[in-house]
Write a protein that binds this ligand. Structure first.
Ligand code: PLP
Length: 411
């Protein structure tokens, strides 16, 4: 079990101070292999090329990206830094797609300079690109109009209530812009939202169907059909996503689509979370214990600056305490961070081992949207990241120092 690996390596881990992000190499490799197998199986089933582009935003640590690369996967980038990391990790320009969201001309020039295929989210962005780079290939993101999938309303990215994509009613205008600048729409893109499990596969498939219908009715000669990310992982004790079921359902609709739409050459997927999430844990420590008006609080050094998902999305993460005395007594408590905000709560009303000061706290499933969403809020440094590989610990990101944080300050 992941927690046991942490316990067995605790003395070494604590040399990096708390909080610290710890990644388990074997778990990461396993999830990459699962994605590769999903790609290979679907490819055989539908007789078309399938590419998996790991969404760098989930975790951009180069040592993680390199494992993604050596596993035979590709990447998507959404910012100059992500693009630079992907390129430095050895991805070639045609193994990267750039998923744009309201970017400026400077960023467009960078993408063009690196010869990366851009995917645009609005007609106005296509217009700007066209005025800069006539006669080039682009992808466009479609909003199929029906509500997408996701663990929280903030991560549902299709339907009437999101900022994403171009809707069917605007495709006529899109085509006029494309014609004016002689652009070539080689691909279309869909991302319905983040985190679906088995109970939402049908919802995901419904969104895909609607999207394919829009592509078929409005575009000719599309070569790349991107079906986005969203592959979920169990944060509590849900059933893991059953890729056999997903493949079976995708196979049916994609085979049908292939028959009626012959130009399609490749299907792409953009899983982010699925790859690093379960390999990552945060190790922190208990700084305070108190009871206020009948409620127990365990104050830790894992604040919303270290892991924002619980305060941002009300996300659930398993939290455990390693108690020096191995006591069996349990309490119900809110586990909080060390940031001066009432929303700085890691877990609410959890039944947990009664802690003592300096006990160790472990937060599971923190490998995706953990470090990549961390911040320096209240001026705290972002932690080190380490990886346990073949029983040995490698530091893969150095903890930020006060000097680093003050580097750009003008006193
Ligand atoms: C366009 C796009 N693709 C892929 C992803 C990855 O999603 P997930 O981590 O849920 O697989 C995201 C994440 O929000 C995204 O915005």
């Amino acid at each position: 079990m992941n927690i046991d690996i942490i316990k067995n390596n605790l003395d070494e881990i604590l040399k990096y101070k708390t909080p610290v992000y710890v990644y388990l190499y074997d778990v990461l490799k396993d999830r990459c292999a699962k994605m590769k197998s999903f790609k290979d199986t679907l490819e055989k089933e539908i007789d078309k090329k399938v590419s998996i582009h790991y969404s760098t935003k989930a975790n951009n640590n180069p040592q993680i990206i390199k494992i993604v690369k050596e596993s035979g996967l590709k990447v998507d980038a959404m910012s100059p830094l992500e693009l630079d990391i992907d390129l430095k990790c050895g991805f070639k320009n045609d193994e990267i797609i750039y998923v744009c969201n309201n970017i400026d001309k400077e960023e467009m020039k960078l993408i063009r300079e690196k010869n990366i295929l851009p995917c645009f989210d609005s007609i106005s962005q296509v217009k700007i690109w066209g005025s800069l780079f006539k006669n080039t290939d682009i992808m466009v993101r479609i909003n199929p109009g029906i509500k997408g999938v996701g663990h929280n309303k903030k991560v549902i990215t299709s339907g009437k209530k999101t900022k994403f994509g171009i809707s069917e009613e605007n495709i006529k205008e899109l085509k006029e812009v494309v014609e004016k600048y002689q652009l070539n729409i080689v691909g279309t893109h869909l991302h319905l939202g983040s985190l679906f499990l088995n109970d939402s596969i049908d919802k995901y498939i419904k969104g895909v169907k609607e999207y394919l219908k829009i592509v078929k009715n409005n575009f000719e000669n599309i070569k790349i059909i991107d079906l986005g990310g969203g592959f979920g992982v169990p944060y509590q004790d849900e059933e893991p996503l059953d890729f056999n079921i997903l493949i079976e359902k995708l196979k049916k609709i994609l085979m049908k689509f292939n028959k009626g739409y012959e130009s399609v050459e490749e299907y792409k997927f953009e899983p982010g979370r699925f790859i690093p999430c379960e390999s990552g844990l945060i190790v922190g420590k208990v700084n305070s214990i108190k009871s206020v008006m009948g409620k127990n609080y365990i104050g830790t050094d894992i604040g919303m600056n270290i892991l924002v998902r619980p305060s941002m999305y009300d996300a659930y993460h398993k939290v455990s305490i390693i108690n020096k005395k191995e006591g069996k007594e349990k309490i119900i408590a809110n586990i909080t961070g060390n940031i001066c905000e009432s929303g700085d709560v890691l877990a609410r009303d959890r039944t947990i081992q009664k802690p003592e000061i300096d006990d160790i706290v472990i937060v599971e499933n923190s490998g995706a949207y953990g470090f990549s969403m961390s911040s320096n809020y209240t001026g705290r440094p972002r932690p080190a990241e380490i990886m346990i590989k073949n029983g040995k610990i490698e530091e893969i990101r150095v903890r930020e120092s006060l000097e680093y944080l003050e580097k750009n300050l003008l006193f």
